[in-house]
Write a protein that binds this ligand. Structure first.
Ligand code: ATP
Length: 237
């Protein structure tokens, strides 16, 4: 259908009590694309990702995934929190975290099956984590931690990956590896939406960009809308 694997956001507005965090957000994207959320601190990037993940309830507007209202429990959408929001000392192994990706699909009434195990195995393999699967997540490097969360999203069989500043805190080689991984994931048909702080690397990593500063400044292909003018507008104080 025309709605197949498309994400549509119209007139989205979100507030926290008396703080209007976002308003007038409108965009449409689809699987096999990657999108950067760009804007200064407090622009609402995390809030937008949380709304898409169903973690924050919008005041107004619509979020449609494949033509239907997005349900917070939708297992097709995976959310990868900002590094600072994760308790990295939580006692869980790499494999344990990736296995958690199966639970949205299982619910509490179904047993973890051979099939689930195969999916977890595949996700660990794809993210090159088989050798690390017994490690605690606290013992990983930043790049490995990011890969573990992406593996969890793969185990979830998510079509949409929402990532909050995935490149922050990674060294150059890890960043290069992650952007290569982004290219592979979109090629396989996934939709990636990530908040991003490094303006210089936007064109080499992402297809589309949404510039925002509480309101939407611009949305479209990086080549067309990521201009000096729109960047200035988003970052003007
Ligand atoms: P950063 O780049 O610093 O991560 P951001 O673009 O992700 O910022 P948000 O974290 O979405 O921005 O915040 C948008 C606005 O909403 C800010 O003014 C912030 O202070 C406010 N805000 C965010 N979360 C809450 C909350 N739980 N309660 C109240 N206000 C909040």
């Amino acid at each position: 259908t025309a709605h197949h694997h498309r994400l549509e956001v119209s007139n989205l507005a979100v507030s926290y009590r008396d703080i209007q965090a976002l308003q007038g957000i409108n965009f449409r994207t689809e699987c096999s694309r990657s999108m950067a959320l760009i804007g200064p601190n407090g622009a609402g990037k995390s809030t937008l990702l949380k709304s898409l993940a169903g973690l924050v309830r919008p005041d107004a507007g619509k979020i449609l995934w494949r033509g239907k209202a997005l349900v917070s429990s939708s297992h097709e959408i995976a959310y990868l929190p900002q590094r600072g929001d994760v308790d990295w000392n939580f006692p869980i192994t790499v494999r344990g975290l990736v296995e958690m990706g199966r639970y949205p699909n299982l619910g509490l009434w179904k047993r973890y099956s051979k099939h689930d195990e195969e999916i977890v195995e595949r996700a660990l393999t794809a993210m090159n984590l088989l050798d690390l699967q017994k490690r605690q997540i606290s013992a990983l490097s930043g790049g490995q931690q990011q890969r573990t969360f992406i593996a969890r999203a793969l185990a979830q069989e998510a079509h949409v990956l929402l990532l909050d500043e995935p490149f922050t805190g990674l060294d150059k080689p890890a960043q290069e590896a992650l952007s290569q991984l982004f290219r592979e994931l979109t090629k396989e048909g996934r939709l990636l939406i990530a908040s991003h702080h490094d303006l210089q690397t936007v064109p080499s990593i992402f297809d589309d960009v949404l510039l925002l500063k509480r309101q939407q400044v611009a949305f479209g292909p990086v080549k067309e809308v990521f201009t000096e003018e729109t960047i200035k507008t988003a970052y003007a104080s």
